[in-house]
Ligand binder design. Structure first.
Ligand code: URA
Length: 214
């Protein structure tokens, strides 16, 4: 068996997990070598929150705190998101969301993931959605949006943030685009607009039957 077969085997074993808990255990404990981010990571960051939640939040990739703790969105951006979500929707990020990222390993210096890194990691993201079967997916920022909606090659977040859309290959999921909370940290003037988008989300959630029944 060549080294490549061995890596494909590891990958297939992770993707073949039949439950979210098993998937998470296999991915977090793997020595995934699928892309160059393997060299700069401390932890493979699978998620934060509740795999039983009906709302999945997708960010870009782990930052320094996430890499050290092995949990998604636990740094300043995540704390800001949690607070604004709580204030505007009453939802609790840890129990009402499952929070994941396009890439599971930290890009050096917190740069955006390269296309080949995102493509290598997307099977994990897709498997997460297959296992969790959310009713709503919130895409935080341009990286999450462009890897979900391949038709988006040239767009501005100023135009996309706040929009709802559906995808043919993911029927039954309501997608919404939001500003990435790290962007808000440096552009505080956008916070009122982000809050308005969260209120629009709250209104939309009330109309989704799977979310109004316990
Ligand atoms: N930014 C992200 O996109 N994801 C994280 O988990 C943390 C910061």
């Amino acid at each position: 068996m060549s080294q490549f077969d061995l890596f494909d085997d590891i990958h297939n074993r992770i993707l073949g997990a039949g439950s979210y808990a098993e998937f998470k255990k296999r991915l977090a404990g793997s020595a995934c070598q699928k892309c160059a981010l393997k060299s700069s990571r401390t932890h493979i960051v699978v998620d934060r929150g509740n795999p039983g939640a009906r709302i999945v939040v997708v960010g870009e990739g782990p930052g320094e705190n996430e890499d050290l703790q092995g949990l998604a969105f636990v740094g300043r951006a995540g704390q800001l998101m949690d607070r604004l979500v709580r204030e505007e929707t009453g939802l609790d990020a840890n129990s009402d969301f499952l929070i994941i990222n396009v890439v599971k390993c930290r890009p050096p210096g917190n740069r955006a993931p390269k296309k080949e890194e995102a493509q290598a990691c997307l099977p994990f993201l897709n498997r997460q959605l297959d296992l969790v079967r959310p009713a709503v997916v919130l895409l935080l920022g341009a990286t999450a949006l462009k890897y979900f909606d391949a038709s988006k090659t040239n767009f501005s977040m100023q135009q996309e943030a706040g929009k709802f859309f559906n995808l043919e290959n993911r029927p039954g999921i309501q997608f919404m685009v939001l500003f990435h909370p790290a962007y808000l940290l440096y552009n505080r003037s956008k916070e009122p607009l982000f809050r308005r988008h969260l209120r629009d989300l709250k209104e939309r959630l009330l109309k989704i039957p799977q979310l109004s029944t316990p």
